[in-house]
Design a protein around this ligand. Sequence first.
Ligand code: NZQ
Ligand code: ZN
Length: 396
Amino acid sequence: MLGNFRYANPTTLYFGEDALEYLGEELSRYGKRVQLVYGGGSIQKNGIYDKVIEILETNGKTVFEDGGVMPNPTVQKLYEGCRIARENSIDLILAVGGGSVCDYAKAVSVSAYCEEDPWEKYYLRMEDVSCRILPVGCVLTMAGTGSEMNGGAVITNREQKRKIGRIFGDNVFPKFSILNPAFTFTLPKYQMAAGIYDIFNHICEQYFSGADDNTSDYISEGLMRSVIHSSRIAIENPTDYEARSNLMWTATWALNTLVAKGKNADWMVHMLGQSVGAYTDATHGMTLAAVSMAYYRHICPFGLAKFVRFAVNVWGVDSRGKTDEQTAYEGLACMERWMKELGLVMNLEDLGVTGDMIDGLAEGAFVMDGGYRRMTREEIADVFRASMRSEQEKAK
Ligand code: NZQ
Ligand code: ZN
């Protein structure tokens, strides 16, 4: 049965090759002073920076630069962004980049006028926002996180070895987001593949929970099939506009709150991946890929019916003459083959994890209880161990 829910999504999206043309119209709704947030230089190299600056100038904006947002944005960078916003009385934060840049912009938006330490208030104590929130707009250059249409803002504290995803409410969602799939053409293949798996895993996290026959699960199966299909085209031909646009649109729907409505969600792969990210600063999608197969094989017996459905409806496994276990594990084997086709990182050593980190990784992972199994610390450590190349080789 579908649970009770409220559904609203306040972000206005502009999608397509001419989407950036709508930036001027959106800018006209805000004051003159714009904090331009971007990453480590990709937008200067591919020309998006110049296009955005021209539109900002044409619309009479004063630009305050806030570049150098790193993948897995840090709390130190967040403090710097807050200072820029406050000292310059910013009217709008414009994020131009991937999920890290969009997440960071949202974190600054709720922290600039926060009177306490935002890391402690929002990330450790998980308190609500009680100060003024600056509006955020996004020009997205990478498909994956769904940050363009949600309230997520993941921040990393390297000293404390914690990477924490905070989900803020509707009032923190971007006011608008501009999605031109062609802007993603210049992504390195490693990042494209990581983004594709991030999309897929967001859907898995919401799909693998509950035993209900609900609409969300049917939508999720369609989204997963679209990701699998388009990813195979995009990995061969990264400038295939249709494949890249399907991936970009699916990424948005995978995590704009729709498919989570009325059901629980698991999110344990993300909790494991974030723990790895906090220790290694590895690429988000790859941290998920490295732990996924060990995790799903571990929880499969606890949600067997759903894993059978996944095998049949998503991977086209023929279940005739097979036990449920055989069908379910065959589906997971199909998933693993697809992940390898994409060139995803399938073990933790390749992300810089060493055996002596396992206990810390297991300690650092939040335990969620929306999935098929509430994991103990020992089970979590087992999944991390099984995700090490050395263990995978032994298991062969
Ligand atoms: O920094 P620049 O130079 O821009 O380069 C970036 C970065 O190195 C590059 N890139 C982005 N667009 C490009 C490009 N390079 C060439 N051409 C382009 N068009 O790609 C690299 C990765 O970018 P990043 O923004 O870090 O990737 P992603 O979009 O995967 O974002 C990852 C962050 O989002 C968080 C992750 O934890 C991580 O911190 N997440 C946010 C979520 C949310 N808001 O709901 C949910 C996700 O599960 C995720 O946790
Ligand atoms: Zn993710």
